[in-house]
Design a protein around this ligand. Structure first.
Ligand SMILES: [Zn+2]
Length: 334
C-alpha cells in the first residue's frame, strides 16, 4: 500500500497502477502476470486508491487522508483481504475478526487454499453498508487458490455486485481460474519490471550482485529478495552448475527440496539451450558446463518436471538430494 509520503512500495508498480485507475471502470479487476513482482502490493494500492478520500485518489492514493491511514494500519472498515491462511500468517496479517473460518491457529496446518467460509464472509461483507461511504473493496490473492467451491461462492456476487462493492483479484496463474470468474473481471496484464529498475531496487535492499539473483529468478525481483534473505547469494548460484556437474551436492544440503528442484530445472533448461545453440536464461553462459547431449538433458528435464509436481511431499531430503545431484552429473557429462 502507498505510504504517508506517497511512495509506492515497489517503483515499477507506478505505471500499472496509473493504467488501472485510468482504464478500469468495472467493479472487478483481475491483475494477471508473473508472480514475484508485487501483485498483492498492487492490489492493495488499487484498493487504497478506490477508498482514498482525497481528490488525488483518482490518480493514485494520497497516503495521508483518514482512509489511507486506515488502509496503512490494515484496519479500514471497507477493505477486506482474502488470503490463504498460510500466506496470511507469512505476511503477518491479522486473522479476520469476523470471517468465522474456523481455522483458529491450533494444531491444524494453515491452509494454502482460500476456503469457502472466508469467501462467504466476504460476500456478506460486500453486501453490508459502506462504513465511510466510498466503496467496499475485496482483495482476493492469489485468486487461483480459491478451490472450486470457494470460486463458485464468489461467482454470483461478482456477477451482480451489490452497490458499492468492488473486487481486485490477482493471479500468477489465471489459466487456473474458472473461466466464469475470468469473464466477469476486467483483466489488467502485468509484466516483469525492466531489469535495471529491478536491480537498482534489489541493491537498495542490500542484495549484492543483484543481476545474478534477478536472472536466477527469471526477472522476478521479490523472489530474488526472498532467496537473498534465505541465504542464497550470487556466489552460490554461480557455482551451482559446476558443483552439480561434479556430483557434489554438499553446498545444496540446506536447500528446501522445491527450491533445489527449481534450480536443477533451470540448470537443465540452460544446459539444453546451450546444447541447442541458444542463449541461457537463468545462468551466465560462462558458468554452464558445455558438451552435454541434448537427448540426455531432455530426458533429465522430463524427470525433474515429474518430480517437481510432487516436490512438497515429505521425502527423505538427504536421499533425494544425493540422487538428484548424481542424476544431474550424468546428464551434464560431456
Ligand atoms: Zn488518501
Amino acid at each position: 500500500m502507498v505510504a504517508a509520503d506517497g511512495v509506492l512500495p515497489l517503483p515499477w508498480l507506478d505505471e500499472p497502477l496509473a493504467r488501472a485507475l485510468q482504464t478500469q471502470r468495472g467493479h472487478a479487476v483481475l491483475l494477471q502476470g508473473p508472480p514475484g513482482i508485487g501483485q498483492f502490493d498492487l492490489a492493495l494500492c488499487l484498493a487504497q486508491a478506490w477508498l482514498c478520500e482525497d481528490a488525488a485518489g483518482a490518480r493514485r492514493p494520497c497516503g495521508r487522508c483518514a482512509s489511507c491511514r486506515l488502509v496503512q494500519a490494515r484496519s479500514h472498515p471497507d477493505l477486506l483481504v482474502l488470503l490463504p491462511e498460510a500466506l496470511r500468517q507469512a505476511l503477518g496479517w491479522e486473522e479476520e475478526a469476523s470471517d468465522g473460518a474456523g481455522e483458529k491457529s491450533g494444531k491444524a496446518k494453515p491452509s494454502k487454499e482460500i476456503k469457502v467460509d472466508a469467501v462467504r464472509a466476504a460476500v456478506g461483507f460486500a453486501q453490508s453498508t459502506s462504513a465511510r461511504g466510498r466503496a467496499k473493496v475485496i482483495v482476493v490473492h492469489p485468486a487461483e487458490r480459491m478451490n472450486p467451491i470457494s470460486a463458485n461462492t464468489l461467482l454470483k456476487t461478482l456477477e451482480e455486485p451489490p452497490g458499492l462493492a468492488r473486487f481486485v483479484l490477482s493471479s500468477g496463474a489465471p489459466e487456473a481460474l474458472l473461466p466464469t470468474i475470468r469473464s466477469r473481471c476486467q483483466a489488467l496484464a502485468l509484466s516483469l519490471p525492466p531489469a535495471d529498475q529491478a536491480e537498482a531496487w534489489l541493491a537498495g535492499q542490500g542484495v549484492a550482485r543483484p543481476e545474478v539473483l534477478l536472472r536466477a529468478c527469471g526477472g522476478q525481483p521479490l523472489e530474488a529478495l526472498e532467496w537473498s534473505r534465505q541465504g542464497v547469494d550470487a556466489a552460490a548460484w554461480t557455482k551451482l552448475p559446476a558443483q552439480v556437474a561434479r556430483g557434489d551436492g554438499s553446498a545444496l544440503a540446506a536447500w528446501p527440496l522445491p527450491r533445489l528442484l527449481d534450480a536443477l530445472q533451470k540448470l537443465c533448461h540452460d544446459a539444453a539451450s546451450v546444447a541447442a545453440g541458444a542463449a541461457p536464461r537463468y545462468y551466465a553462459p560462462r558458468d554452464l558446463p558445455t558438451g552435454a547431449s541434448l537427448e540426455r538433458l531432455t530426458a533429465w528435464y522430463r524427470d525433474l518436471h515429474r518430480l517437481a509436481g510432487a516436490a512438497e511431499h515429505p521425502w527423505n531430503a538427504g536421499l533425494a538430494l544425493d540422487a538428484l545431484v548424481q542424476q544431474g552429473r550424468a546428464a551434464l557429462a560431456a
